[in-house]
Design a protein around this ligand. Structure first.
Ligand code: SF4
Ligand code: SF4
Length: 112
């Protein structure tokens, strides 16, 4: 059967009082413009990697902000750091820096 249209997302909730937000708070320190994100999805719509894979940069940085880090390091490998998402963001979020810093924080590869 052909897949068509959209699917309904499962209901889920995040308890931010108990979530592990250490890395998310560090990310906000490193890329302050992320505070301006309105979740519009422009970055995902423009993303070349997202055209050919299930890579979704908005979903990834939203999950990161909620402390849901599991599996994100592997998914971030699809990003080519081309910067298209940065060009289209209506809020001026430095998405490219966001991706680089998420990778560093998830892989503990901070510069010395
Ligand atoms: S385009 Fe910018 S404001 Fe919109 S979801 Fe992406 S980072 Fe957030
Ligand atoms: S930098 Fe990464 S997330 Fe942004 S458009 Fe390019 S491949 Fe997509």
């Amino acid at each position: 059967m052909n897949k068509f249209g959209f699917s309904i997302a499962h209901t889920r909730s995040t308890d931010l009082d108990t979530a592990n937000l250490g890395k998310a708070e560090e990310l906000l320190q490193r890329v302050p413009s992320y505070k301006l994100c309105i979740g519009c999805g422009g970055c995902t719509a423009a993303c070349t990697a997202g055209l050919f894979t299930d890579f979704n940069i908005r979903r990834i940085h939203t999950q990161f902000a909620r402390g849901q880090y599991k599996g994100l390091d592997r998914r971030l490998q699809s990003c080519m750091l081309c910067g298209k998402c940065l060009l289209v963001c209506p809020r001026g979020v430095n998405t490219r820096a966001l991706i680089v810093e998420m990778r560093r924080l998830l892989n503990n590869t901070d510069p010395a």
